[in-house]
Design a binder for this molecule. Sequence first.
Ligand SMILES: Cc1cc2nc3c(=O)[nH]c(=O)nc-3n(C[C@H](O)[C@H](O)[C@H](O)COP(=O)(O)OP(=O)(O)OC[C@H]3O[C@@H](n4cnc5c(N)ncnc54)[C@H](O)[C@@H]3O)c2cc1C
Length: 307
Amino acid sequence: MSVLNKKIINKFEQVSGLEVKTAISLKKYTTFKVGGPADLFVVPHHRAALQEALAAVKDHPSPLPHLILGRGSNIIFSDKGFRGLIIHTGQLDHYQVRGQTITAGAGISLSRLADIAAENNLGGLEFASGIPGSLGGAVYMNAGAYGREIKDVLIRASIMNSSGEMKKYSSQELAFSYRHSLLQEKNIMLIEAEFCLESRPASAVKSRMKKINRQRKKKQPLEYPSAGSIFKRPENDYAGRLIEEAGLKGTRIGGAEVAVKHAGFIINRGGATAADIKKLVHIVQQEVYEKSGIKLETEPEFVGDFG
Ligand SMILES: Cc1cc2nc3c(=O)[nH]c(=O)nc-3n(C[C@H](O)[C@H](O)[C@H](O)COP(=O)(O)OP(=O)(O)OC[C@H]3O[C@@H](n4cnc5c(N)ncnc54)[C@H](O)[C@@H]3O)c2cc1C
């Protein structure tokens, strides 16, 4: 049941520059195409609208669960959905190029950001071109591929806390490590990030991006909805290799399947539920542990009630 009443919804509706939707299915906002409804879903068109939305959250008579959502490519919402407020960053997608520096908003897609860099004869973000997330989600988990990570190019970030206050953080202060950043430890949001890139001809940058994306298409089951690699890379090994060795390729629960093309992916073969995915993850973790003694840790976050 929704935690919101009409009076509370009105408060959000009065914020200028804030799109407000209720009982919206989260399926279409995640790349796995699963998940139930969110009670309230807001899309701020600028920073001030986000600050006012956070003020409304604070004013709520009881604690109001809220979550910032980028492109939903590293999150799996439960089939029961999200009892609270989702703040979608899709419209915070501004950018500015100055010399070798690009500053961009949290909602910009990584592929767009990589294209902008290429068009401006700047290299360093080629690795990000095939990652289907937003900049905010990428900084949150220090996204990486092909030997590079967000932390290698980010120099500064503008962060907002839950009271709407802004602060600049250096790359060092963001405490990046493998698929980790300070954003996972504190209740703070990325609003904008600044990158220092290298001068490189657009043709060379674009050709590197094409090569990377060809490799992705060849190796990854991109024809099916998923959240990419379902497990983090264990130390000195690969989740895909361990899963394949455990004989789990093609294992299915409902519409969820351990991809035959790449065992490190669980895919939605059609009609999968979040519960199917969670069950399959559990089976894979158990079997791999029994066979190798290695505990696989999920990379995407499972959010909501899976009980
Ligand atoms: C086909 C496929 C391939 C992929 N390949 C890769 C890959 O090569 N490398 C890789 O690292 N990842 C990969 N991913 C995973 C995913 O794309 C990345 O993790 C991406 O960075 C997530 O961004 P998002 O906007 O989708 O985040 P979301 O899924 O929307 O959110 C993930 C988490 O980030 C938080 N978050 C989002 N925005 C903000 C913000 N502005 N401030 C604070 N927190 C925020 C959310 O609250 C949530 O906790 C892949 C996914 C898919 C589907």
